[in-house]
Write a protein that binds this ligand. Sequence first.
Ligand SMILES: [Zn+2]
Length: 339
Amino acid sequence: MKVIEKYNDSLHNPYWKYQLGPEAYEVKDTPQRVEEIKKVLRTDGRFEFITAQTFPERLIAKLHPYHDYIFNTSQSLKDDKEEFYPDLFPGEGAHLKKKADSPLWGGIWCTDAVTPIKKKTYEVARASAETALTGAKLLREGKEQAVYALCRPSGHHAGPRVFGGYCYFNNAATAAEYLLSSGKVAIVDIDYHHGNGTQEFFDEIKSVFTSSIHGNPEFEYPYFWGYSEEKGKGQAIGTNHNEPLPAGTQLKAYSQALERILHQIQSFSPSYLIISAGFDTHETDPIGSFKLKTDDYTQIGRQFKSLGLPTLICQEGGYNLNVIGECVKNFLSGFLDQS
Ligand SMILES: [Zn+2]
């Protein structure tokens, strides 16, 4: 299986996030996550690493109205030590100037104070989206049946209005938009957190089926999205499916939820499948509360493979450095099994 990466991931390395009280917390989304995944996959002869291609800026800019804001803010910072956090979120009803030429406007474009911009953030976020686009291109050319895009930063919380939740550009949504010209797309988000950005991108687009299995948003980020009654809007009603699950969820209940989604995807009959693959569902993850075991991901991969669709797997979350490499390898192995 081809593993797509881009060289400059380590340049984006935020120090702090501001959440849940007066203290700043160390960011769990470190470049070491990518290194751990690479280390494990490189010792397994079934994976071939390739470098992501460069794509025109417009493929990313046309989807993300905050593209220029992220670019300009990255450019405005003096050095790699600086990081900028939005600190004023105007909310609805404010006199909204949708400007992008100063870091100060960040509260219009960003949901939170956990997603800082550093000098290299634009470059790295763009490379992450290009990683997904390279995978989508391989699928569209019919060259691969399943490819893994080793994206970082993650993308699934970045939406059509705002970015946030460690995410800058939505990698899966950018790839889906690219693939749409040659057929319908289904997206399944298996990160522990609901893929709110991805859902919002395609809420009213009936040629994309979006779905997510995640910790119940009544007690987990992103709180305001991810409930089972969210089914899509307008002409696209019926093309979104959420499976919020309780803390402590193990493989059996998890697989049943996934089966319900896969059943709907079969009815939807897409040409392509995109998986937003987060591994913060692992029992030892420092953020999640599910109880999936390292070996469980092989079966989950096999379930996806049973659809028989050209599949792009985009890396999202997963924060236990000791297990993330094995979890990814096992998940991808499910696509490689002959059985
Ligand atoms: Zn997550």
